[in-house]
Ligand binder design. Sequence first.
Ligand code: FE2
Ligand code: FE2
Length: 461
Amino acid sequence: MDRKKQEQAVAEIIKSMGVSLKNRGLYPSAHPLVRKPVEQCLDLIVPFFDDCTELALAVSDGTLVLEGVPVFTLTSSLEFFMDRLIRIGVPALIFERGLSLEDIDLFVRFLHETKAEGLSPEEIRDRLVALGVTRIRVKQTDPESDDDHAVARTIYANAVSVVSSVLQEIRSGRIPSGTDTVRVVTDMGGMLTRNRDALLALTLIKNFDEYTFNHSVNVAVLALTLAGELEIGEEAMVEVGVSGLLHDVGKTQLALDLIRKPGSLTADEFEEIKKHPEEGFVLAQKMSDIPNTAAFMIREHHMRHDRTGYPKTEAGYRLHQHTGIISVADCYDALTTMRCYQAPRTPAGALLLMESEAGKSLNPQVVGQLRKALGDFPVGTMVRLNTMEVGVVTATAEGVKAPRRVAVLFEREGKPMLRPEEVDIDLGQGGPGAGRTVTAAVNPLLFPYAAAGSYLNTVAG
Ligand SMILES: [Fe+2]
Ligand SMILES: [Fe+2]
């Protein structure tokens, strides 16, 4: 089942349970308006068991997640269903292969009849068993953050697959629709509101085999983060996210050898590369659903704040007001990525370099926002703690942007840990991190086997 179908099916499955639940309050239990949605639910859920024996449904932080697919758009019946789960205290549910109509019907009855609130998972399990539900069981969820990382990974992977299919379609001479692009941008926006660090951490895991796809997704994530900080409004957020995802789409018109060429380019080759913003502009305008402003930002992403970039424009040309966001996101991702001809900079090092370009090639306001959004020790920065342990920042505290969690990679004597161990950082409020503070950023090159990305991969993965 492809992602689009899966997402639709997930929303429909939950909606049908919600509809049946709502109607139970109005009609007797044998009424078609109660019974029919249950039948629909079973029909929709059965195909999922072709590939797996269990389906997990969790409510996490106000979002329903079925098999890692988050449902961000809530209809009234979805909301009603989720509200019942939350009130009763159901953390997560497992639907097992062999699920029957009776199981779903009894489960909906349980949701309808249970007036008690805040039940423990054990109590819920006992009540379901007593009712005769055999193939739906309640599950204690993992800690919230683990859950967020799983959702973030799914959204990131979906975005990579959307970009890769768009670029491949274009390479083979077709013009794909922009619907998937817009949807995946909306998902990313939702995830950033829910747990920004979980998604930002993934931008530091660089996949060299699929550089273009990952780079495109990273630029979209970073651009959306900046857009959120700048409070540019929902519509503009989508435009910025879409242009981030498609900013290099024009490269599909260039020879693959040229794009993949390591090292410096000849003057002629560079002239070829310079065509990609204009080519991207033309392609994005041909794709359905892609906002026109996104196409303009794609055209302008290399023009630079001081207009020293390309393509060249007539005097007095004004950049779109949000192009600077794409250029800053593009620059930050490129700097923190290892290339054959360039060692990657640390997030902090990239920020410093970009600050020296603020007002010149980069928009100073946007660079300032990047510093504000990422803080002095962005996720992925290697740091030394007052305990002399060395690790990588995996989460920052909301508001102050100070490190909140660090994956310790080296013990105080410099001995590598067998497995990274995540610790809390003292934010001055006591609690689990009491006593541990970050003293300074350290140069990861002093710890050759500890590339931030690969460790984040272990922690976030
Ligand atoms: Fe580009
Ligand atoms: Fe780029």
